[in-house]
Write a protein that binds this ligand. Structure first.
Ligand code: SAM
Ligand code: SF4
Length: 454
């Protein structure tokens, strides 16, 4: 089957499955009171991961789909840092003990847009209210063009050991069209400085499907990225959602590659990273050197998926701090107020700033496990997983019926019990996972809430 035929058949809008149920199904019935109860119920020995969201940037890239805005004045950033420390206090008080933290992930926006002393101050507060494990991963997302010496100093004091650099594309015409100018040299300088201060794991973000990109142009960017010597790369398809992100209306739509071209670009980047860089593909959109912890976790079927994408973090408790952050607890998901004013107003009243969430039913847990294993392992023995979770496999096998068609199209191997996504099918793994998403089935298969499958 040709790419064009595959696309016409599977080009629906499907979630990225960084949670199940997915965020559009969170509702305001889950608020501060229920979250407080969930925190108090956490087992005494539960280790915790923290995600800290910084919704500020020094520049606005036209393609950006993140929750952020351009703020150059320090005052609102300092005020926000105070609120983050207060939120840490609220959470620690409700947990009722100095819980062990094994991972701190700073995301955004651009965390390094914060003044350095705010970053170190919050990290010190984490250490005061929680027990930061001696081997904890401290990871941060960085825009290489705005990384200052003050910030580098702060990252060293914070004990940052993992960093992710936004690259996207090095081509001049592409950069001009997305309003993001970034030279190879400044990206390389950031990578070198981060290695020097103790970053042992470096990730690069690349994007395909941007205006003016071609298979040849993304291959050039991927080759330049190889020279940066990263341990991992994330390769995202540009999600064009101008109905949600108004600034994306400034993207020259006529120059956007179509679905077939996007598939060819994704394949080209994969070839360069695998054949010329020695990276192994991980799940839908990640790559790692074979000795990297993510590649090892994949081989051991110990990879997980959370709001940051693929992760080696197996901690069942992820607390999200800051505006729009999402937390995942054994009982369900919670999301903070999206806007900074609403977030800060709740903290000022001494309230957890939760705006919505969802409590997991037994069926949610089962389907969450099915979807996570398909997204991470690209294979699953459905009856075996159902049995391990004490569930009836029959409803899952009923949902799996369309897999025969997927198999006929070369996207999976399917024997009626075990599904294995083929290399051809890798870009369509979300379509496989979506078969088990009852919320999507109820809401209708085509909804404008998500970006396109490829
Ligand atoms: C928080 S940003 C990374 C850190 C920093 N702000 C920067 O841009 O360098 C996270 C990543 O999300 C990806 N991203 C943002 N908007 C996207 C979109 N609309 N479609 C696909 N990927 C997107 C980019 O690869 C970006 O590096
Ligand atoms: S891509 Fe990064 S730097 Fe650009 S606006 Fe989005 S979060 Fe900010």
């Amino acid at each position: 089957m040709s790419d064009a035929e595959l696309i016409s058949r599977y080009h629906g809008r499907v979630p990225r499955y960084t949670s199940y149920p997915t965020a559009p199904h969170f509702h305001p019935g889950i608020g501060a009171e229920i979250y407080a109860q969930w925190l108090a119920e956490l087992p005494a020995d539960a280790a915790i991961s923290l995600y800290i969201h910084i919704p500020f940037c020094d520049r606005l890239c036209l393609y950006c789909g993140c929750n952020t805005s351009v703020v150059r004045n320090d005052r609102p950033k300092r005020a926000y840092a105070v609120q983050l420390s207060r939120e840490l206090d609220l959470l620690a008080d409700l947990i009722g003990r100095r819980a062990t933290v094994t991972q701190v992930h700073w995301g955004g926006g651009t965390p390094t847009a914060m003044p350095g002393d705010c970053l170190t101050g919050i990290m010190d507060h984490v250490r005061k209210r929680f027990h930061l494990h001696e081997d904890a991963e401290v990871a941060i997302e960085i825009d290489p063009t705005t990384l200052t010496l003050d910030c580098l100093d702060a990252l060293r004091l914070m004990g940052v050991n993992r960093a992710s650099l936004g690259v996207q594309d090095f081509d001049d015409q592409v950069q001009e069209s997305i309003g993001r100018h970034q030279s190879y040299e400044e990206t390389e300088a950031a990578a070198t400085a981060l290695r020097a201060l103790g970053v042992t794991s470096l990730n690069l973000d690349l994007i395909y499907g941007l205006p003016y990109q071609t298979a040849e142009s993304v291959a050039r960017t991927a080759r330049q990225a190889l020279a940066l010597g990263a341990d991992r790369a994330a390769v995202f398809g540009y999600a064009h959602v101008p109905w949600m992100k108004k600034h994306q209306k400034l993207i020259p739509e006529a120059a956007l590659p179509g679905a077939e071209a996007r598939l060819a670009q994704e394949r080209m980047i994969r070839q360069v990273l695998e054949n010329e860089g020695g990276y192994v593909p991980v799940g839908l959109d990640h790559y790692a050197l074979p000795g990297d912890a993510m590649a090892v976790a994949m081989r051991n079927k110990a990879l997980h998926r959370n709001f940051q994408g693929y992760t080696t973090d197996a901690t069942p408790v992820l607390l999200g701090l800051g505006a729009s952050s999402i937390g995942a607890l054994p009982q369900g998901y919670v999301q903070n107020a999206t806007g900074v004013p609403a977030y800060e107003a709740a903290i000022n009243e001494g309230q957890l700033p939760v705006a919505r969430g969802v409590a997991l039913t037994p069926d949610d847990r089962l389907r969450r496990a099915v979807i996570e294993r398909i997204m991470c392992d690209l294979e699953l023995d459905i009856p075996a997983l159902a049995k391990a979770m004490g569930a009836d496999p029959a409803p899952l096998l009923k949902d799996a019926a369309p897999l025969s068609g997927f198999a006929a199209d070369g996207l999976v191997e399917w024997d009626g019990a075990r599904v294995t996504v083929t290399e051809r099918g890798r870009p369509f793994v979300r379509n496989v996972a979506a078969l088990f998403d009852v919320y999507l089935q109820q809401a209708s298969a085509v909804t404008p809430r998500h970006a396109s499958a490829v």
